[in-house]
Design a protein around this ligand. Structure first.
Ligand SMILES: CC(C)(COP(=O)(O)OP(=O)(O)OC[C@H]1O[C@@H](n2cnc3c(N)ncnc32)[C@H](O)[C@@H]1OP(=O)(O)O)[C@@H](O)C(=O)NCCC(=O)NCCS
Length: 176
């Protein structure tokens, strides 16, 4: 059976928020938990658009906050599916802060979330195949396989010796 295909760009989702006093810590910076809440929402919408299913968050990789976002700044979150597997999809998210009066825009955070599409009975559902078009989309598509293997090993769902994509990287490094 051939799987339906969907362009990566069809999942592209942008969300814009304003950092209000209730969203901040005592240093007047956006709370990490609030940012992760927005990241979860924007990336879930991207996964829903891609799969046309309700989705659940299966995992979140390495969220590191490189630049704090200040009270009164605008937050732009952009998410898209990088690659789909059987019932799961990896979504890349970028979070930008913007001080509009100062004319400064800065990257605050990047992460990958994994979502699983659910059918009407709450069981994982098959998702379309992702088709990358741009060079950046193709790079993320190619590297998604090793990120998947790493997170499945860490989750205890894959044995390291079955992770061929990761083994290939280490073999190359051994040869250098
Ligand atoms: C995620 C969940 C649906 C997986 O269910 P399951 O019974 O283990 O189903 P399966 O073994 O068939 O796995 C389904 C998919 O999830 C993926 N998956 C499961 N755990 C994962 C993890 N920790 N990281 C990445 N992917 C994971 C599997 O690789 C599989 O993907 P594939 O079909 O593309 O290969 C289930 O664990 C769950 O419902 N978790 C709670 C989700 C939740 O409440 N999220 C927060 C609120 S939305």
């Amino acid at each position: 059976m051939t799987l339906p295909q969907k362009l990566v760009k069809e999942s592209l989702t942008t969300m814009t928020e304003l950092v209000l006093p209730n969203d901040t810590n005592t240093l007047n910076n956006l709370m990490g938990g609030k940012m992760m809440h927005w990241m979860d929402i924007v990336s879930a919408i991207a996964a829903q658009k891609f799969s046309n299913h309700i989705v659940v968050t299966a995992s979140v990789d390495n969220v590191s906050f490189s630049q704090p976002i200040k009270l009164g700044n605008v937050v732009t979150l952009q998410a898209h599916v990088t690659r789909s597997f059987n019932t799961s999809m990896e979504v890349a998210i970028e979070v930008w802060g913007e001080d509009i009066p100062a004319g400064v825009r800065y990257l605050s955070n990047k992460a990958f979330f994994t979502f699983v599409a659910m059918d009407k009975n709450g069981k994982p559902a098959r998702v379309p195949e992702a088709v990358p078009e741009t060079e950046a989309e193709k790079d993320l598509f190619a590297s998604a396989l090793r990120r998947r293997q790493l997170r499945l090993i860490l989750a205890g769902r894959m044995k390291p010796h079955d992770a061929n994509e990761l083994k290939a990287i280490f073999d190359i490094e051994k040869q250098q």
